[in-house]
Design a protein around this ligand. Structure first.
Ligand code: N01
Length: 541
């Protein structure tokens, strides 16, 4: 770190998604000196990076937005599940409306950070992505607000680097890339893969989808919103922003807590039909909570889903691959992608499915992909819809050292550890929102950005008002939080699936549930108790 310090701050926020923007606005308004560094060249966080064809949010815009009235009074959504361009425009609107741009540095990637025990400050090294130049920032507090999708997961497939055509991850889609008439491979069938497949199928010459595990995709069912519809929604926003705090996932609907054992088969079926017709994630995060604790309930919902899905696919052999009779995992233990025409795409002559469990990918050649049956599939483009190193990848990507000189990768080698999902011992004055061991993946992003985020805001105000300069998670609180999460997780069905929720998608990582599975209200209550007890679980000095 030889470059000179260009900024001295109270707080450095890393990441320009919902959490980062919320902190910048709130802390600045409270008189802190704050800057936000964002690696992307423009506003939007994940909505800047994920501009693959068909990228679209899977929670309703009613709550996929800031609760700040200055924003929702003026902003109109064009539909209930807006697409990537509209979401990025929303972020631009927010930064303009709140005059945030003057404190944001885009194209600025934080690469390293060291803590100085004598001054209780971090020295952070960042790189300007346009010029390659590095510079230093000194900040009392650092908030790495990196979300769950900042570190792309690119599998190590032999030969990939030598492929003569184009290949890219869904979150690194080249701007304006034209797929027309191309022979395309899509590897991965999670939320990103499903959206890409249904969007490009009609325009490409040939599309081969490499599926490892079938998705349980649900109908999105968006609806257009005109000015009158936006006005109508606005009338309900204040109540919705209050209601979200009381729901499991921070959404405008809640899970059904009635035990399915008390529900007749007819009522069970009728409820599923009702939720199905509503669309979106309702059958999952608005469905029977039992599914998260009882695999048999998950399998009953799977059977319902399968019946609906089979009706869409003409070829029975293909249908069995996409929606097998034996559930590949209990319904709900993997994220349900939302779709419009994903299953219909497989009825097209130009779309093929390769089951990589049956015929694994052996290698990539200059011209295509060779599978274990010896077949070479020729392609012009390979799309890696292979997901993210979700919970800790953003943190481990930065060369941050603890007070004893360890990196995050070293500290997390036996699993992530945090107090309340908020901070890790050895990394003082570094606080997370929507990070590992917080509700994150189970919580609507903006809801947690604001409600978890407000804890951080209040905490920093408390430190300032009391002349304190340092906060650090205690190892005891981390152990307690870990044991609490493990007890909750082992009672659920989540460990039965190899999902990114379980960290099972990243080779070499400890298999553990890193999203808090106890629901948002319980989590917020635990955060509130900590704050009321003088930030219990954290050493303040
Ligand atoms: O990533 P994923 P994603 N060989 O990890 C497969 C959010 N999101 O980018 O299931 C072959 O879900 C992997 O297979 P398997 C949302 O929270 C939201 O799609 O591990 N295949 C899987 O099929 C979502 O959950 C929106 O067996 C390989 C796929 O790649 C999260 O982001 C849109 C492989 C990865 O799926 C991540 O979604 C998009 C390999 N080596 C994303 N490695 C919306 O708001 C991985 N796979 C709508």
């Amino acid at each position: 770190m030889e470059t000179s310090v260009v900024e001295e701050l109270d707080v450095l926020v890393i990441g320009g998604g919902f959490s980062g923007i919320y902190q910048l606005e709130r802390l600045r308004s409270l008189g802190f000196s704050v800057s936000l560094y964002e690696a992307g060249a423009d506003a939007g966080g994940v909505w800047h990076w994920n501009r693959y064809p068909g990228a679209r949010v899977d929670t309703e815009a009613t709550l996929y937005q800031f609760s700040d009235e200055r924003i929702w009074r003026e902003w109109n959504w064009s539909e209930i599940f807006p697409g990537q361009e509209e979401l990025q425009a929303y972020f631009r609107f927010v930064t303009d409306r709140l005059d945030l741009a003057r404190d944001i540095r885009y194209s600025t990637r934080v690469v390293a950070a060291r803590f100085d025990d004598r001054t209780d400050t971090w020295t952070v090294e960042s790189r300007d992505e346009r010029t390659g130049e590095t510079f230093r920032t000194r900040a009392r507090y650092v908030l790495p607000l990196l979300g769950t999708g900042s570190k792309a997961l690119v599998p190590e497939i032999p030969g990939l680097a030598d492929f003569a055509g184009d290949h890219f991850h869904t979150s690194r889609w080249p701007a304006g890339y034209d797929m027309t008439g191309k022979r395309v491979a899509v590897i991965g069938t999670g939320a990103s893969g499903v959206q890409v497949v249904q969007s490009i199928a009609p325009e490409v010459a040939q599309l081969t989808v490499f599926q490892r595990t079938p998705a349980t995709a649900l109908p999105m069912i968006s609806r257009k919103l005109d000015a009158a519809a936006n006005d109508e929604l606005r009338r309900g926003y204040p109540e919705l922003f209050r209601y979200r705090e009381t729901t499991f996932g921070g959404l405008e609907y809640d899970v059904i807590y009635t035990p399915t054992a008390d529900v007749s088969d007819e009522e069970f079926e009728a409820t599923l039909e009702e939720l199905w017709a509503k669309g979106g994630l309702q059958i999952w995060l608005g469905g029977y909570a039992d599914m998260f604790f009882n695999a048999e309930v998950g399998h009953r919902i799977y059977a319902f889903w399968r019946k609906k899905t089979l009706a869409r696919i003409k070829d029975p052999a293909l249908a069995e691959k996409l929606a097998p009779e034996t559930p590949p995992y209990p319904f709900g233990t993997k994220r349900c992608p939302l779709e419009y025409t994903y299953y219909d795409a497989f009825n097209r002559d130009n779309v093929e499915l390769v089951d990589v469990r049956e015929t694994p990918i052996e290698k990539v050649t200059r011209t295509g992909i060779v599978t274990a049956d010896g077949r070479e599939h020729e392609f012009d483009v390979i799309v890696l819809a292979t997901g993210f190193d979700s919970f800790t990848g953003g943190l481990t990507d930065i060369d941050v050292r603890s007070t004893s000189g360890e990196s995050f990768a070293e500290v997390f080698r036996d699993g992530a550890r945090t107090a309340l999902g908020r901070a890790t011992s050895g990394f003082p004055n570094m606080l997370y929102v929507y990070g590992p061991q917080s509700p994150s993946a189970f919580c609507n992003g903006p809801t947690c950005a604001e409600l978890e985020g407000e804890w951080v805001v209040n905490c920093l105000v408390h430190l300032r008002d009391n002349g304190l300069t340092r906060i650090e998670a205690t190892p005891e609180a981390e152990k307690e939080w870990h044991d609490h999460l493990e007890a909750l997780a082992s009672a659920t069905t989540f460990p039965l699936a190899n999902s990114w929720y379980m960290n099972a998608n990243v080779p070499g990582k400890k298999r553990e549930l890193l999203a808090y599975p106890g629901g948002l209200p319980t989590y917020l209550e635990k955060c509130r108790q900590s704050a009321e007890n003088g930030y219990a679980g954290f050493a303040l000095s």
